[in-house]
Write a new protein. Structure first.
Length: 348
């Protein structure tokens, strides 16, 4: 892997709406073509490094690209002052964590580009990534008027392939894929090097046409974190938009979920997202069965946590069991309200 892709380790990272400073007319053009939206949560070091790398692109230097950072109530970090000093950065900091979908919607609200590029902080793009995106959009016949979403290739830090697209989740597909390694439970099982239409692609590196976002209204904020990208791609396809995966451009994704330990709080978030997707897109009986199975899983993990004397984990699994029971009975709003209230508690 080229040395230019190297990124040092992560630090725990933080920012009110800081509007872009007035751009110098002799250096910048007036039209923003690509708006980069970065949702930050305790990843200020990654975010600063990503912004620094994107700032080297001609698209940023010449005003054809802007960067918007939405922070979900992270602790203070020295990187904030550096980011605030950049003319091409707009920074908004919330006093509570409102979730990924809500933050993306906020970034889209303040953006002005024809295309919106959603990037996770732990992404390392190529030095000319934004310029390459512009070149891709300008190639005759490459992007049609029906193309609403474009995803790019993902690589692990060692240069190996990382899954970024997958089939739409179904009840039986979800159950059968449990036997697969974590890296492939949601994703396609092959490394396809050709541009092609896909069912869905990951939101960690997703380019969306503004017209598509307007058509779909926004990302569904019922998804706090995870499955919002799957839901958005499905709704885009249903509305007549094409979802395109083009691995001719790629980025390095450093910390995908499948490489990390999943603590109880995060497990509750992922299960809540799956139940929300099932309630929205599956048949009622399938959604209820998924909720029942997740409730059984939560009860088993709760029992193990109590035996081990792990009160904190037991508390989260007890909550998950209750959320699953509520959603199984159709009380989605009550379950979501309790879920959000629990997430509002301080993270230690």
């Amino acid at each position: 892997m080229p040395e230019s892709f190297a990124i040092p380790g992560v630090e725990i990272p933080f920012t009110p709406l800081i509007k872009n400073k007035k751009l110098r007319k002799d250096t910048f053009v007036s039209t923003v073509r690509v708006s980069v939206v970065i949702v930050n949560y305790r990843q200020w070091k990654w975010t600063e490094q990503l912004v620094r790398r994107l700032s080297r692109c001609a698209a940023v230097r010449q005003g054809r690209a802007e960067i918007l950072i939405i922070d979900n109530n992270s602790p203070h970090h020295p990187a904030i002052r550096k980011l605030q000093s950049k003319e091409f950065v707009t920074l908004r900091r919330w006093r509570r964590n409102r979730g990924f979908s809500c933050a993306v919607n906020e970034g889209c609200k303040y953006s002005s580009g024809d295309w919106i590029l959603i990037l996770n902080p732990d992404i390392t793009p190529a030095p000319r990534f934004l310029d390459q995106i512009e070149e891709l959009l300008d190639q005759p016949g490459r992007i049609s008027a029906k193309t609403g979403i474009i995803g790019f290739g993902l690589r692990n830090p060692d240069g190996s392939f990382q899954g970024s697209t997958g089939p739409l989740p179904t009840f039986w597909g979800t159950m059968l894929r449990r036997v697969l390694p974590r890296a492939w439970r949601k994703y396609d099982l092959h490394n396809n090097s050709e541009a092609r239409k896909v069912d869905w692609l990951t939101g960690c590196c997703m380019l969306v046409r503004r017209e598509c976002i307007r058509d779909l209204k926004r990302f569904d904020q019922d998804f706090f974190l995870y499955y919002e990208d799957v839901d958005f791609c499905k709704r885009a396809t249903d509305a007549g938009w094409d979802v395109l995966h083009d691995p001719s451009l790629f980025v390095i994704h450093h910390e995908p979920l499948h490489t990390r330990r999943v603590p109880p709080r995060l497990r509750v978030i992922t299960r809540q997202a799956l139940m929300t997707y099932a309630a929205k897109h599956w048949r009622g009986s399938e959604a209820r069965w998924m909720c029942r199975l997740i409730r059984i899983e939560a009860k088993i993990r709760l029992a193990v946590a109590r035996i081990q004397g792990d009160g904190r984990s037991a508390k989260w699994y007890d909550r998950l069991a209750r959320y699953a029971a509520l959603m199984c009975n159709g009380s989605l709003r009550v379950a979501r309200g309790e879920f959000l209230a629990a997430l509002a508690e301080p993270v230690h």
